[in-house]
Design a protein around this ligand. Structure first.
Ligand code: NAP
Length: 267
């Protein structure tokens, strides 16, 4: 993923989050950045921080709520009016909630589906229409998308849908200079609540957790090789293979027992 001129960018959604920041700093070594998230202030602060470290990089920011069609359109118009094109897209924005499905509000059901799926697909559709001849897409799914997770059900389903969608897309775009990778990380200590969750999982949490910098680096290396799926970390690769060895009903039972104890609204 390398930009090709002054109007060529790598587009990063969720840029102000823990993992988005790591992607932004890693991509700054590859060229110009177009950063988006909801808060204009946090985007401006991030831009300043990256510019201090990488003064040669051109950084554009535009705040956008990915759940809102008008906000997405404002982002797309801003880009189109300036004639920007994309060498790469990092779909990092995502939200998670842990609780029994019946305890969700309908607003939070819709919000989670919109950020994780609708927003990601609309941005991808737009970026594809403004791509350069070589174009790379990295989408952050989750290891939770490898198999169904009771009490983390919507998150798990949306992340599974992303892996499915981008696996199809890479076939549709074969031979057109587009590389497509879905990343399925385990725990990443980004927010305080996630750091607590990882601690609460004991040894397994520690083995599975990888830093945002590690995940970003592995993701960018994987898309360069056009890997369909990237699972950063040895133990996470082991977890991802378990489905092939253990019956689904056993896995569901184990996961439900473990996750039933947690209840968290992260947005
Ligand atoms: N941390 C983990 O353990 C872990 C594990 C596997 C996968 N992941 C995935 O990694 C990605 C990043 O997670 P993170 O840990 O860095 O979480 P985070 O710090 O909460 O970052 C989430 C990012 O998503 C953006 N976002 C949320 N709602 C949005 C909306 N309506 N419109 C636009 N942007 C929105 C946030 O933007 P604002 O700055 O505007 O809030 C923020 O930049 C997510 O897709 C997550 O599912 C995380």
């Amino acid at each position: 993923m390398e930009t090709t001129g002054k109007n060529s960018f790598i587009l990063i959604t969720g840029a102000c989050g823990g993992l988005g920041r790591a992607f932004a700093f890693a991509c700054a070594e590859r060229g110009n950045l177009f950063l988006t998230a909801r808060s204009a202030e946090r985007l401006a602060a991030l831009k300043e921080e990256i510019a201090a470290r990488c003064p040669a990089v051109r950084i554009e920011c535009f705040p956008c709520d990915l759940t809102d069609a008008a906000s997405r359109q404002a982002l797309f118009s801003y880009i189109e009016e300036r004639g920007f094109t994309f060498a790469g897209l990092c779909n990092v924005a995502g939200v998670d909630t842990q609780k029994a499905f019946e305890r969700y509000t309908r607003e939070k059901i819709a919000f989670q589906c919109r950020v994780n799926l609708e927003g990601t697909l609309c941005v991808t559709h737009f970026a594809l229409a403004h791509r350069e001849s070589a174009f790379e897409i990295v989408t952050v799914g989750s290891i939770s998308g490898v198999y169904p997770m009771p009490y983390f059900a919507i998150y798990s389903a949306t992340k599974a849908a992303l892996a499915s969608f981008f696996s199809s897309l890479r076939v549709e775009l074969k031979g057109q200079g587009v590389k497509v990778t879905t990343v399925q990380p385990g725990g990443i200590p980004t927010r305080p609540d996630i750091i607590e969750d990882i601690k609460g999982q004991g040894l397994w949490g520690r083995l599975s957790a990888k830093s945002p910098q590690f995940v970003a680096k592995k993701s960018l290396a994987a898309v360069q090789k056009n890997r369909r799926i990237c699972i950063p970390g040895f133990w996470n690769k082991v977890i991802a293979r378990v489905p092939k060895l253990v019956p689904l009903s056993w896995r569901m039972h184990f996961i439900a027992r473990r996750w039933k104890k947690l209840e968290k609204d992260a947005f």
